[in-house]
Write a protein that binds this ligand. Structure first.
Ligand SMILES: C[S@@+](CC[C@H](N)C(=O)[O-])C[C@H]1O[C@@H](n2cnc3c(N)ncnc32)[C@H](O)[C@@H]1O
Length: 260
């Protein structure tokens, strides 16, 4: 399945997915700040439902969002409209490997582990080369990536009840379940999530599956890919408080610059 179709199906659970993901809460202030402090064109790749971009617009900074999913972009537009900041948002419906900006960017971000949706090394190479081409000389690319943890992977291989909630659109009680299948050698994973809609006597009236293909990078692989694409590495943080990366860091947060 391509990323467009995957996220068109995932969109209906994306808000509850991020609300129940600790990394999402922690990455938000970091990205709002790096966008706010950067003059010139700022771009978020994989803008999704605007979870971050709308907060950036709310602090007064205009932002361009790129996404391959029409359904996620629709939700992003609605969120910006509701927040009264639609005029600070430009949305581009495109893939990371072929988006075209109206002018070179000063900052391109790829928040929330999203580079992992470029599943193969060749996808990642093509993505990074293209991102480089859309940056101004001296412009920065900032992305985060989780650090693969075999113990966490073993836990996520089981079935987990991720959330129990009432759907705000349908008023229906919902159970959100997940499991993940890993291919350790290929460094890929398939996230399978399903929602059970439950009626007043506990009967499942509807089940829907939502599936995503994902991958991960070891820090030395990320460094090699960035350097191969022509980037200079400015910093590698180990968490969103900008602490330096170390062996037990939960995240790898790369700040890379297109040379002047
Ligand atoms: C994990 S979500 C991140 C959304 C948002 N940045 C956030 O932090 O909440 C990933 C987003 O990237 C988009 N995406 C995945 N692969 C893509 C690709 N190759 N080109 C463009 N968008 C892509 C998906 O449609 C989805 O909206």
């Amino acid at each position: 399945m391509n990323p467009t179709a995957e996220y068109d199906t995932f969109a209906s659970i994306y808000e509850i997915w991020t609300a129940t993901a600790p990394a999402a809460a922690r990455n938000l202030p970091f990205y709002v700040e790096v966008c706010r402090e950067t003059p010139g064109l700022v771009v978020e790749l994989g803008v999704g439902d605007g979870r971050i971009a709308v907060e950036v617009a709310k602090v007064g900074k205009s932002i361009t969002g790129v996404d391959a999913s029409a359904e996620m972009l629709h939700r992003c537009r609605a969120r910006a409209q509701a927040a009264g900041v639609l005029d600070r948002l430009t949305l581009i419906h495109a893939d990371f490997r072929d988006f075209v900006l109206p002018q070179p960017a000063e900052l391109i971000t790829i928040p929330y582990h999203t580079i992992g949706h470029l599943v193969t090394m060749d996808d990642k190479r093509a993505g990074l080369r293209h991102i480089y081409s859309q940056l101004a000389p001296g412009g920065r690319l900032i992305f985060d990536h989780f650090v693969f943890d075999p113990d966490a992977a073993a836990r996520h291989s089981g079935v987990i009840l991720r959330a129990e909630y009432t759907d705000s659109e349908t008023g229906q009680d919902v159970l959100l379940w997940t499991t993940t299948r890993y291919d350790l050698e290929a460094q890929t994973m398939r996230i399978i999530a399903w929602t059970d809609e439950i009626d007043g006597v506990g009967v499942v009236v509807r089940r829907q599956y939502h599936r995503l293909n994902f991958s991960w990078l070891e820090p030395e692989q990320a460094r090699a890919l960035l350097e191969e694409a022509g980037f200079e590495i400015e910093a590698l943080y180990g968490d969103f408080d900008r602490s330096p990366f170390c062996d037990d860091s939960p995240e790898q947060i790369w700040v890379a610059r297109r040379p002047r």
